[in-house]
Design a protein around this ligand. Sequence first.
Ligand SMILES: [Zn+2]
Length: 446
Amino acid sequence: MAGLTHMLLLVGVIGALLPLDVVGAPSGTSERYQVLTVTPQTEDDVQTLHLIKTNPNLEVSFWTYPGAAGQAVDLMVSSSRLKQLQKHLEKGNFTTEVKIENVEELARQQMAGSSRPSEIASLGLQPTGFDYGKYHTYQEIFYWTRNITDAYRKMTRLHHLGMTFEGRWIHGIQISTALQRDTSNAALRPALYFQAGMHAREWIGPATIMFMTASLLDQYGTDKDVTTLLDTFDVFIVPLVNADGYAYTWTSEPNARAWRKTRTNNTGSDCVGVDPNRNFAVKFADEGASQDPCSDQYCGPFPFFAVEVYNVAQFLVSQPGVSIKGFIDFHSYSQLWMTPYGYTKELPPDYKAQLEGCNESIASLKAVYGTEYQCGSIANVINYLSSGSSADFTYIKLNITYSYGVELRDAGKYGFLLPPDQIIPSGTETLAGLVTYGLFVKGKLP
Ligand SMILES: [Zn+2]
């Protein structure tokens, strides 16, 4: 017991020295968090969930959002608020089950084996030593982007998209087998763009995209499809858009592991953060976004208010010599491969082709381990609207026909607390889907 106390104190000291990027599980609090799966049976029940969501006293963190009656919702609640929440639920006909008994325990497992900040500099110099089977801190990802582009310098370029609100770099990696080409008079080279880490708590996104990046580079020249893909396209990868939010999820602040938004200050409110996937300049602040700064789907006061979102959009429109033909924004969880639109349940004019691309991709993904994904338009699949999202922006405003939002593993058992032993399987199967997706887009090139 004394040993444990000592360890907790030590974590506390490190936390005091490094307020931004503490490595360590939440500690020093007796509060326990649970995740419940709650299924509303009636429209009134759905309304009750919306009231719970906007009730600051309950401090309930929604892991998935209310849609229709019969559609289950995952929510996280602390032991001290559980009784209050139950009182609200008792008014309706909800079915409730405990999904995750002890959030801290799983969160601690996810953080196991990541490096202390002091160890990172040395680890960072050895790209071969990078362990893709673990979750990594912001600093580790930062060094990884520098090192992998250095190790593969003949076919990669490191981009700085800009800084986050709190001053962290947002890195992009360009894989190009045509880096030496003369772009002065050449035709535009087709490109694909992939990103992850828009939502802080969705750790499997950056982990999966890093694994896929390394695999693409490693398999170029040996795997036929990967080679065709990289001979056809420049590939842009932004592994961690919302670096501030992500760093925050690694701290011991109460509730931090479930943080979704950026860490942007909001004028006139004590509530922090913007939902970056509601802050794009497309159908902004429409139905399917909140204008309440305290909501975790807060769209911000104006489009591109979140500098992270601005940087991404700016990067997308300012790549010389290329024409971006495909876009995927990786999120988690639910195992969905979604086409536009998010803002309406109406289907886009290119839906048939977009759906075809999805079906081919998830078939390849499934062929690896049997993991089932679902296709459909965002608003129809999740069964609620989301306006101002990345895939709608790239499709509607940038005319990238093959724009998707993908929700990675799992189907709901662990949610955001997906154990690290699922990272490499997720990366392996998603890469199969991604390569098929790329070849599909290649087939649609003029
Ligand atoms: Zn997300």
